[in-house]
Design a protein around this ligand. Structure first.
Ligand code: SF4
Ligand code: SF4
Length: 373
């Protein structure tokens, strides 16, 4: 297992994400505890020492199951991470209750890593109030949190405002980073911003929920020409090995074969080269769905409904790539009703202004219909 330094710690470069554990009867709330215990044991023996869970994973059962399993190992033999579920703003009035319950569920009296969970458009207004971060800093002063950080699914502007407020007390960030999202979700801007703040990061969604684990035949054969023995999922991990500040790459593994394959990948340091990254980015371009909006914003000046057209088109692209997914819907839920795709009045004033010749009203109409479904 490869290890990366974080302050005075040595963290396994591959982290065990407890958000897609094996389940029984196809029910995500019913974790297969026996199989999960076998996987944790295998992970420990393979050298993984970072375990990441959260209040909301597996319908609030992930922390309980991980607590039961991890109590069988010396507490100082692993690093435990969980998160405060402020993505649901109702939870912000239950900080003490939720934090105490997390300690009970995880059967611990301290968390090595604790994150403000999912900073995004829906909750930024509430997260920017000092209440939660002040509460967590108090827990840190009491020794119940060793390292405080945040995870983010919001866009770069959300991240900027969060860091402007709390960049001085955040010790790490957790971002969605992979070769597809480098430009698709502008992960590049997030990496650069964290570099400005000198904040190391953990990576989530290295395979974008499995979407990058297999590729169209033509793309796979391009990659095989470059590295005959590398598996397709391993390409994503090799790409991330190229980021020096990426401390832990979290993978939500659902079975032993995925865990075994990922552990093998992390036995060697073989980051992709610049020319290999160019190929990955070309493949990413070929996988893109949706519309080629470049966010030039020429169209917005003429819109009588004052819609943030490029933002809506960005969410449309996310929505179509993930077959609905959750990110686009979540971000859209933070958009005012009169600024939703359905608010387009079809005046067509924007069309002639778009250098990419995107049929904006038709796309927004389709988006509104799909979201309504
Ligand atoms: S067609 Fe829709 S998006 Fe385009 S300018 Fe008119 S209201 Fe705005
Ligand atoms: S003019 Fe076209 S490319 Fe530019 S932001 Fe508007 S939709 Fe996107």
């Amino acid at each position: 297992m490869l290890y990366k330094p974080f302050k005075d710690l040595s963290l396994s470069a591959l982290g065990f994400g407890a958000m897609r554990l094996p389940v029984l009867n196809g029910n995500e709330a019913e974790i297969d505890e026996e199989e999960t215990a076998r996987m944790v044991d295998y992970a420990m023996r393979a050298g993984i020492n970072y375990f990441d869970t959260a209040w909301g994973y597996h319908s609030e059962n992930s922390e309980t199951v991980m607590g039961k399993i991890l109590k069988n190992y010396p507490r100082d033999s692993f690093y435990l991470a969980t998160k405060f579920p402020g993505y649901d703003i109702k939870n912000l009035s239950r900080m003490e209750e939720i934090f105490s319950r997390q300690m009970e569920k995880l059967q611990t009296d301290y968390f090595d890593f604790y994150l403000v969970h999912n900073v995004c458009e829906v909750n930024i207004e509430y997260y920017l109030k000092p209440d939660l971060v002040d509460f967590l800093l108090k827990k840190k002063a009491e020794g119940k949190i060793r390292h405080l950080g945040f995870s983010i699914h919001g866009d770069i502007n959300i991240m900027k405002s969060f860091l402007e407020a709390f960049g001085d007390v955040m010790e790490f960030g957790q971002i969605q980073l992979n070769w597809f999202d480098w430009s698709f979700q502008d992960a590049k801007a997030k990496v650069e911003l964290l570099r400005e703040y000198n904040i190391p990061f953990l990576v989530m969604e290295p395979l974008r929920g499995g979407k990058l684990a297999s590729l169209p035949a033509e793309a796979e054969s391009r990659l095989r020409e470059l590295r005959a023995d590398e598996t397709i999922p391993a390409w994503s991990f090799r790409y991330l090995q190229g980021f020096e500040e990426a401390v832990v790459i979290l993978s939500g593994m659902s079975d032993m074969s995925q865990l075994d394959a990922n552990c093998k990948t992390f036995e060697t340091f073989a980051p992709t080269s610049e020319s290999e990254n160019t190929v990955l980015y070309e493949i990413a371009d070929s996988l893109r769905t949706g519309v080629p909006c470049t966010a030039c914003r020429y169209c917005t000046k003429s819109c009588p409904a004052k819609l943030d057209i490029p933002r809506l088109l960005y969410l449309y692209n996310e929505f179509t790539f993930t077959d609905g997914g959750f990110l686009a819907k979540l971000a859209l839920s933070a958009v005012d009703k009169d600024k939703q795709p359905s608010a387009c009045i079809g005046c067509r004033r924007c069309i002639d202004l778009c250098p990419q010749m995107i049929s904006i009203p038709e796309v927004l109409k389709e988006f509104a219909e799909k979201v309504a479904e």
